[in-house]
Design a protein around this ligand. Sequence first.
Ligand SMILES: Cc1ncc(COP(=O)(O)O)c(C=O)c1O
Length: 417
Amino acid sequence: MRTAVAGAAAPVFGPRFLDTLERRLEAYQAIPPAAAATEEAFWREVRKAFPPHPDYINLENGYASPQPIPTWDAFQRHEQAVNNGLSFYMRRRRAADYASVKQQLAGLAGCPADEIAITRNTTESLGTVIHGIDLAPGDEAVMCDQDYGTMLEQFRQQSRRRGLKSVEIQVPLHPRDDQEIVDTYARAITPRTKLLLLSHMINITGQILPVRRVADMAHARGVAVIVDAAHSFAQLVFTLPDLDGDYLGASLHKWLCTPLGAGLLHVKKDRIRGLWPLLGETSVPDDDIRKLERIGTHPVWTVMAIADAIRFHNLVGGARKEARLRYLQEYWTDRVREIPKVYLNTPTGARACAIANVGIAGWKPGVLADALLDRHRIYTVAIDTAPVKGVRVTPHLYTTTDELDALVAAIGELARA
Ligand SMILES: Cc1ncc(COP(=O)(O)O)c(C=O)c1O
């Protein structure tokens, strides 16, 4: 089967494309988010801003998001501009651009800009925390077996290196209520527990965890909280103070739709001093978050394009985006739920948004994902872990209900086979 490289064939629309889209979308600005979720004319306009996938239906937008064309276009202009005056830009302009981007990110995150570091991804953000906190042998960290593998690996390394005890708990796929989740984490905490990692949105199932309630419980026991917001940032509407994590990492190339390689690390002001920069930095005060940003020369145009991605995000509207993504997920999950042999690994209602995970009894996840792709031209990803077996399906803002109808029909056909 042929596969299109997303964006490779897309035309450069030029700097005015976003202005034009903005004017087209103006007509819809008065529609409340819940109603806008089903306003197909609005989403058809939004779809025009994304690169086409002519060869397959892309329902694997959890890895990273394609950039909308206006952002991709701006990204290329930034790269060209920097390349034209490389050293001059780096020495004389870069700091101001970074400060401006940080200010805009802080606006989106609802926190002070001096609590934000720009990183390259969640792995780097949370690695900076996991490896930068002073830990003693025998200290404990609580996490769950559905957390992202790289984070679990980073903790395992801390166990080898410093004698940290990593405690991996199991979180139910379909919790009765928030309290069940809070109790599950609470049971794992001992007097030696120093850290608790939890995912705001579990990547393999899409389950949204009650971060604030878990954080309140952990704080009451003197435990610091690390939030993995890789998928929730810019997919869900919330501010970082709402969650009250001590440390939070997000990948902006997921739901903020920036170019690949953009991330955010939030550290509460009073926690910055206690965090060691991994690569060494003593030239700024210990409580200055910029000590975490000395990573050497890297593609700065990615950072510049964060501002363009925020503009696009605000144009679509955070609340409209969340409502639409949840609507798309429920559109297909509601239709496959009653098909014999089909099971869902994702909870209902406000406990999920764009991402859901589905399986068919008797089908190995990899075989199911291959059948969807080879027989139906629908791209998903197999999840085959001890707690979760199924395929992850992740629509995006450009996904149409026709495409989801094709998914529903395909799952029905395979379940009957
Ligand atoms: C929950 C979660 N955390 C962290 C990551 C790592 O993100 P990145 O590769 O951008 O560092 C991912 C990636 O999919 C994820 O789903």
